[in-house]
Design a protein around this ligand. Structure first.
Ligand code: ATP
Length: 207
């Protein structure tokens, strides 16, 4: 049986990655949500917790002794160097977790790996194709402010930590336009059709 193609799904903050990923799921495609999985590892992995305390001290723990995600987020989104350090702690574990997950996905033409920092982390090189979701900056900011109940400054701060949308698009095999003028589902279905075809054309049984 042919292995599924690995499709990276990325985009700037608030572009609609998760919304698009859910549409792929409705088509029966398994989705690996990198950000959710990494939050889970952050909360539950003792090794990670110890490394974070070693790096930034006990102020990163809440009253129950768990990682205080709010405190950690305030720290790393304000300082690029701290974000890099956190990523260096988390990424190897997320990469292992993804490989385990990937090996469980069988009998599907492709899987989707949703990740905000797919390109920044370098993991795009392992993807067979890359989808970038793009949306106007004003829409992205407004949507995230509403979704997370945060002010524009906070969203801008997070936005500034990631590669600009215009750069991300350069890595795209497929672009999904998430604007008020374009429906998402037809765009997702068109890519789905192409990827099934691509998988069918793929001769290697081991890819
Ligand atoms: P993040 O970068 O924060 O992970 P994301 O790229 O995954 O965000 P989503 O969470 O999918 O983006 O979308 C951001 C918010 O905008 C969500 O509340 C979502 O419901 C909303 N949204 C997404 N697309 C649209 C759209 N076309 N019209 C209106 N709201 C939308």
């Amino acid at each position: 049986m042919k292995k599924p193609l690995q499709i990276g799904l990325t985009g700037a903050i608030g572009s609609g990655k998760t919304t698009v990923a859910k549409l792929f799921e409705t088509l029966g495609i398994p989705v690996y949500y990198s950000d959710d999985r990494s939050k889970n590892i952050l909360q539950n992995n003792t090794l990670v917790k110890n490394k974070i305390v070693q790096q930034w001290g006990n102020s990163m723990l809440d009253a129950q002794g768990n990682i205080d995600r709010k405190a950690l987020a305030s720290l790393v989104f304000a300082q690029a160097a701290d974000l890099q350090k956190l990523n260096a702690i988390l990424h190897p574990l997320v990469a292992d977790d993804y490989q385990l997950w990937l090996h469980q996905q069988k009998g599907v033409p492709y899987i989707v790996k949703e990740a905000a920092i797919l390109v920044e982390s370098g993991s795009h090189v392992h993807c067979d194709k890359i989808i970038v979701v793009e949306a106007p900056e004003r829409d992205r900011l407004t949507r995230v402010m509403a979704r997370d109940d945060v002010n524009e400054k906070k969203v801008q701060q997070r936005n500034a930590q990631q590669m600009p949308q215009s750069e991300k698009i350069k890595f795209a095999d497929y672009i999904i336009h998430n604007t008020d003028q374009k429906l998402l589902l037809p765009q997702v279905m068109e890519i789905h059709r192409k990827l099934i075809q691509e998988h069918g054309n793929c001769n290697s049984a081991t890819k």
